[in-house]
Each structure stands twice: as C-alpha cells, then as structure tokens.
Design a protein around this ligand. Structure first.
Ligand code: F0G
Length: 357
C-alpha cells in the first residue's frame, strides 16, 4: 500500500465492493498536528483528523461511496436515508454521480442550512418531517422494508465499511504508530463502531500493535450512550426529546448503540458529555488556534478531550487523535451566532483607522 495516495479506495482490497466504485475522491483528509491546542487542553501530543475536508464536507462521504457502489452492485434502483443533515448531503451527491434517485427524510427545522442546500442542489427528493431524527429514521426503515428502496443509514453495514477507512488513514499517516486515544462525537453511533473496526483490522493484519482507546463524546442534552457507559449497561435507554445546538448529533435512540458500547468496552475506552457552551469554546479554539473550521457536533471531540483531561481520565502524557467530523460551512447560522461580530464603519480611511488603532 506504500506510495498510493491516501483515499477510501486505496484500501479497496479491504472493502466489500466488486464493481467499479462510484467515487468523488473521498477520504485522504488531513491529519493536523495541533501543538497549540495540545498545550491548551494539556496533552503531550494531539492530532486532528479533519473529516470536514471530504467532498461534501463530512465523513459521511466515505460510507456513501461504498454504500452507493454496493447499491448498484445489488441492482437497487432507489436509495434513501433519514438524516440530521450530513448523511443526506452525501446520499444526494453520490445518488447524482451514480444516476440513482435519492430520497431523504429530514427533521423539519433542525437541519443546518449548508446540509439542506447540498441535499436539494444535488437533486435528492427532500422530505421535511414534522418530527425529530428518530421519528424520521423509523419511517424510512419502514418505507425501505415495504418498497424496493435501498436504505443507506448507518444500519447498513456497507456504510460502516467505508467509514472504517478513517482508522486505516490515521494508521497510515502516523507511520503505524498508533495514538493512545481516539476521541470523536457520537450520534447514531456508527462512526465509532466503524473506526474501531478499522483499527482492529490493521492490528489483526499485523500492521499496528495496538487499538487506541475509543472515547465517545455527546452533548448533555442528547447523551444516551454516555449514560449507558456510566451505568455499566450494554444497551441504552432511548431519550424522547434530545436537544442541543449540535443538530448533527441530536439523536435520542442511536441505532448502533449496542455495537458502539462494545467498541468502547473492548478498547477499554469511555464516554463523556459536554455542554453546548463547552463545545462552542472548543469550536472557537479549533478555528483560532489551529485554523480548523468545524461544525458544532465536531467540536464536541475537543471539548470532550478537555474534560477528560481535567477529570484525570486522560493523562498529560498521552497521545490523542480527535476526529472533527464536519466542516464549519455546514452550519453558517450557528457560526454567525457565536463568532465575533463584524464592525460596521463608514467608507472612509478615517473611520477605518479609528476602529483599528
Ligand atoms: N458528526 C457529524 C458532523 C455528524 O453529521 C454525525 C452524524 C456525527 C458526528 C455522528 O456520527 O452517527 O456515526 O455516531 N450524522 C448523521 C447524519 C446522523 O444524518 O448526518 P455517528
């Protein structure tokens, strides 16, 4: 594998697709070494794997390139998903590329603007559901059961096969010297399961000598997985009314919860929740200390890391990779509401000097 450019399909031999893939050059995202942020949160070594640098600006493209390729291999003629936004953007773009009609179900009023724009522009049929994500997922599952429509939520195992390449790339980018911890946001709990699988596969192939401890982060208003980990349970109690500004992970009944809890316990990992205020602080730190622009859900990884260091769960001597799952431009409305405001001045040099000096 040496010498081949980083991307999802670099690892084609480890992916279950037997046809020419539907690809828009997904994966190959940067792994930034973040020394200023490391110092601020208090760990020896911190890297950020910025999944916002994928074609639609989130890690969902990795799952969708594999999932949609598989849909074609299986002869499926329509694809669908429920989504908090990013999955719908990815489904829509790969549907367009593959010339397969796509249907997406979104929770009305709770999807960030950039994501809705993508789903609409790339041509999916967008249904805005008067309900939350969990309602939308239940409905799309029923629809796909009854009609000949291929379901591409992360219950679909091929989605997770694509997303495991995040784990492969991290290993590749670190010369197979694995970090102690992998910290990431958790919503429907597919990605933590997928990355853990990727890490395990590389270890089983003898390419690496350890699997990082998987640390899942949620928000306080939407954290069924964190509660299950705290209580030592193997399954979650669904939350009826999850609420957070991190709309991407506003999910009360994650479908992959059981698998995620196994990934956490097998890797001797953990879970933590953060407040909306804490994630906004981390979002600003990423933007202003490291030049990494992320959407709110993605910033929970760094906010969670900070909390885990403060509470002594993660030691100052550890090496950590945080995954930032989606790009800043996904949710411009949230960014405008938390970022510094522009200074309005008259169109004169005098007025400009006055506010600058
Ligand atoms: N971060 C972002 C930006 C997301 O969009 C999601 C999930 C997650 C983290 C959580 O990943 O579900 O695998 O635990 N978004 C889904 C969607 C639910 O519909 O776009 P997960």
């Amino acid at each position: 594998l040496k010498g081949i450019a980083l991307s999802v399909w670099k690892y084609a031999k480890l992916l279950p697709v037997d046809r020419k893939p539907i690809t828009i050059q997904e994966g190959g995202t940067p792994l930034y070494k973040c020394d200023r942020l490391a110092e601020k949160v208090g760990v020896r070594e911190l890297y950020v794997k910025h999944e916002g640098m994928n074609p639609t600006g989130s890690f969902k493209d990795r799952g969708m390139t594999v999932g949609v390729s598989k849909a074609l291999e299986l002869g499926m003629e329509t694809i669908a998903c429920a989504s908090t936004g990013n999955t719908s953007a990815a489904l829509s773009i790969y549907g367009a590329k593959a010339a397969v009609p796509a249907i997406v179900l979104l929770p009305e009023g709770k999807v960030a603007l950039g994501k809705v724009a993508q789903a609409l522009m790339h041509g999916a049929k967008v249904l805005s559901i008067r309900g939350n994500f969990d309602d939308a997922l239940e409905l799309v599952r029923e629809l796909c059961d009854k009609e000949k429509i291929y379901l591409l939520n992360s219950i679909n195992p091929y989605r997770l096969e694509g997303q495991k390449t995040i784990g492969f790339e991290i290993a590749d980018q670190l010369d197979f010297q694995m970090p102690d911890r992998l910290v990431l946001p958790v919503g429907n709990a597919g990605n933590i399961t997928a990355i853990h699988k990727g890490f395990k596969e590389f270890k089983n192939l003898g390419l690496t000598d350890k699997v990082p401890q998987m640390m899942g982060i949620q928000t306080e208003g939407s954290c069924p997985i964190v509660k299950a980990v705290r209580e030592g349970k193997t399954d979650i109690t669904p939350e009826k009314n999850p609420e957070t500004i991190a709309t991407a992970i506003r999910i009360g009944n994650p479908v992959n919860a059981r698998k995620a809890l196994i990934a956490i316990s097998e890797s001797n990992g953990g879970a933590e929740s953060v407040t909306d205020d804490e994630l906004v602080e981390a979002q600003i730190d990423l933007a202003q200390l490291e030049g990494i622009g992320v959407e709110p859900a993605s910033a929970t990884s760094v906010a969670g890391l900070k909390k885990l260091v403060e509470t002594g769960v993660i030691g100052a001597n550890e090496s950590v990779v945080c995954v930032t799952t989606g790009h800043l431009l996904k949710d411009p409305e949230e960014v405008i509401s938390v970022a510094p405001k522009p200074i309005v001045v008259d169109a004169t040099m005098e007025a400009i000097r006055k506010v600058l000096y």
